[in-house]
Design a protein around this ligand. Structure first.
Ligand code: 2RA
Length: 326
């Protein structure tokens, strides 16, 4: 398989290369793509050095797959060019997610929708992926009416500049600011840009993408917060079900038996998910499962996942793996 990784030198692109290696995806030729300033550099993959090339060169190579993590503008312009050449594009930007003609896929949730006719496939936003991984099996069993989610998002979701800002602040050094405010010892209720309705794009992604993936009838409202951690995103989730006869024991059983989910839920042993322990892992971790005592048929729970792995790179590679099995 010829595989192009567009954005290969970026934070997510680097993780994509590692995941392709770890999962032994059948890459016979890697085509790393990055910005003009990186052309000519090399990236290491399976103990071999591959030269970084331009987007046009990569299109001309007619790869079997092109996995993008290079921003929406690049994807909107170049994904169709790859697709016209017969390449299957899996895009990690938001460019195609809400396109009614494009599929928005979490393999464990709706991977069965994929077909060999799909040429541009959208990878959901990281905070959406970990959320729907947990909602999907519960929606199937009880029917979900409404979801209220508050996120606690790692600075890695913003990128290298944000990580540098956090490190500089911790070392009491000056440097470029990725955020309008200090991030260390702080929480910033602002991920991405604000929309007319007072929500941020990040918050509306959770609403729009969850409804597209699971069910447009589900009501979703979100608050997305940036926090000074690096291991992954955390989410406090309140789920109101259509079926009011819910059982915490059954919910725990359903989640523990769902592929891709690890249950960490025992307050007697202080067992619950945390981003410092989710880092570099591919599962979605769930705990703090408890009835919402203020409302029948409603549960609270806590979800943590590495936003660079299952939240981006691993999910994208799993989409490619799913297509290989078709
Ligand atoms: C963030 N989910 O965390 C967004 C993009 N990676 O900022």
């Amino acid at each position: 398989m010829k595989v192009a990784v567009v954005g290969a030198t970026g934070m997510v692109g680097n993780v994509m290369l590692r995941v392709l290696e770890e999962r032994n995806f059948p890459v016979t030729e890697l085509i790393p793509v990055a910005s003009e300033k990186s052309v000519g550099k090399t990236v290491s993959f399976k103990n071999k050095e591959y030269p970084v090339v331009t987007l046009q060169t990569a299109v001309d190579c007619k790869p079997d797959y092109a996995i993008f993590s290079a921003g929406g503008a690049t994807s909107l312009e170049w994904a169709p060019k790859f697709a016209e050449n017969g390449t299957v594009v899996i895009d990690n930007s938001s460019a195609w997610r809400m396109d009614p003609e494009k599929k928005l896929i979490v393999p464990e949730v709706n991977g069965d929708l994929l077909s060999d006719q799909d040429k541009i496939i959208a990878n959901p936003n990281c905070s959406t992926i970990q959320l729907v991984m947990v909602l999907a099996p519960l929606h199937k069993r009880y029917g979900i009416k409404r979801v209220v989610v508050s996120t606690y998002q790692s600075v890695t979701g913003t990128g290298v500049k944000a990580m540098r800002q956090l490190e500089n602040e911790r070392n009491e050094e000056q440097g470029e600011m990725a955020y309008p405010y200090q991030i260390d010892k702080n929480c910033i209720p602002h991920c991405d840009v604000f929309e007319e309705n007072g929500y941020t794009k990040e918050e509306m992604k959770l609403t729009r993408e969850t409804r597209k993936i699971l069910d447009p009838a589900i009501s979703v409202t979100a608050t997305a917060v940036r926090v000074p951690v690096v291991g992954g995103h955390s989410e406090a989730v309140n789920i109101e079900f259509e079926d009011k006869d819910i059982s915490i024991t059954e919910i725990r059983k359903i989640l523990s038996e769902t592929p891709g989910i690890t249950l960490k839920d025992n307050t007697d042993t202080l067992t619950y998910p945390m981003p410092a322990y989710a880092q570099d892992k591919d599962d979605v971790f769930v705990g703090r499962i408890r009835l919402d005592e203020s409302q029948p048929g409603t549960v609270n729970l806590w979800i943590v996942a590495d936003n660079l792995r299952k939240g981006a790179a691993t999910n994208a590679v799993q989409i490619a793996e799913t297509l290989l099995r078709k």
